[in-house]
Design a protein around this ligand. Structure first.
Ligand SMILES: [Fe+2]
Length: 215
């Protein structure tokens, strides 16, 4: 996967219709092919006149945003964040028929942190519902190896934590099918979480924290 300028629209690991009936075909298509593509195009356009940053990865552009010229900081933050967040979102979902149950290390950690899977689902739903306007709810691992639910506004990316999964609660992610019923979208979205990939993200975070000293 190419991870520097010019950035490219990464394809989905499933068909646009594959998340039916929980997310409709038209929404997935527009979300990927229009909204995400726009972030990719915008970022490339912003960086076109700054060849010095053409070797920077997406993560570097996000983490070192303050090192960029002030005139492009906000544009890069919003559009690089938009690409990062959407790529994670689209790749943390899978068709409901292929959904694998939550097992293993991540299941244990969720139950340890939230008492039960039901409590986790409720807490995650409440957090996602409370995002005012556009943003995301995330399951993250902090530097103390604790699982936490956090939210972010717009295309902000939670920094200095490890990302396990996230739900996009921008209206463009659900409005065609669910209108203003964000709660219904969130509950249905639980049917299409790719728990295998989520657990991989969790294991990578824990392995990194077990082998690296972080201040
Ligand atoms: Fe989105």
């Amino acid at each position: 996967m190419k991870d520097k300028y010019p950035f490219e629209l990464i394809g989905l690991p499933y068909q646009y219709s594959a998340l039916e009936p929980y997310i409709d075909t038209e929404t997935v298509k527009l979300h990927h092919n229009k909204h995400l593509k726009k972030y990719v195009d915008n970022l490339n356009e912003i960086l076109a006149d700054y060849p010095i940053y053409h070797t920077w990865s997406l993560e570097k552009l996000i983490l070192n945003n303050s090192a960029l010229p002030p005139t492009i900081q906000i544009g890069v933050k919003n559009n690089a964040g938009g690409i990062y967040n959407h790529n994670l979102y689209f790749h943390i979902m899978k068709p409901a028929m292929q959904q694998n149950n939550l097992t293993g290390n991540l299941k244990e950690a969720i139950i340890k942190s939230f008492d039960s899977l039901e409590n986790f689902y409720t807490s995650f739903e409440n957090a996602a519902l409370k995002v005012f306007g556009s943003g995301y709810a995330w399951l993250i691992v902090d530097k103390d190896k604790e699982l936490k639910i956090v939210t972010s506004a717009n295309q902000d990316v939670p920094l200095n934590v490890f990302h396990v999964l996230l739900i996009d609660v921008w209206e463009h992610a659900y409005y065609l099918k669910y209108k203003n019923r964000r709660d219904e979208y969130i509950i249905n979205w639980y049917n299409i979480i790719d728990w295998d990939k989520s657990e991989k993200n969790y294991d990578i975070a824990i392995n990194y924290l077990n082998t690296t000293k972080i201040n």
